[in-house]
Design a protein around this ligand. Structure first.
Ligand code: FES
Length: 130
């Protein structure tokens, strides 16, 4: 059953889905380590901005929505990390978040979390597991 689910995967760059399925975001090699990349996907018939961070061989996905105001976090396209590439940094008020948990550790939303999204790595592809 789970295998059949992945045959229904549809690419999502600037497209609209008629139903919700797993989403292929990109290849694992498309994101530098460390690095980050943004996407727009249709989740429950609503277009959502999401991003993936690649750090030390691991991948983490979050909604691109700061818990402080709901603003997007990226500085520029695909730029979500601080200068040291050690933390996620919000472009609006500089809140800092752990990459592996999404917990805000400094800034106006300290103690709050980014909304994590489940992902799977299958055949070198990063997929949202919704
Ligand atoms: S909007 Fe992100 S810290 Fe204020």
């Amino acid at each position: 059953m789970a295998v059949n689910r992945y045959y229904d995967i549809i690419f999502f760059f600037n497209t609209t889905l008629s139903h919700d399925v797993s989403h292929i975001l990109c290849k694992t090699t498309d994101i530098n380590d460390p690095g980050s990349k943004s996407f727009e996907v249709n989740i429950k018939r609503k277009t959502q901005a999401v991003f993936v961070v690649h750090k030390n061989g691991e991948f983490f996905a979050y909604l691109n929505q700061c818990p402080h105001t709901g603003a997007t976090l990226d500085w520029q396209e695909d730029q979500f990390l601080d200068l040291d590439k050690a933390l996620i940094q919000c472009a609006t008020h500089d809140a800092l978040f752990f990459i592996n948990s999404g917990e805000c550790i400094a800034g106006p939303c300290k103690g709050q979390f980014l909304q994590v999204l489940p992902i799977l790595i299958i055949d070198d592809e990063i997929r949202l597991d919704l």
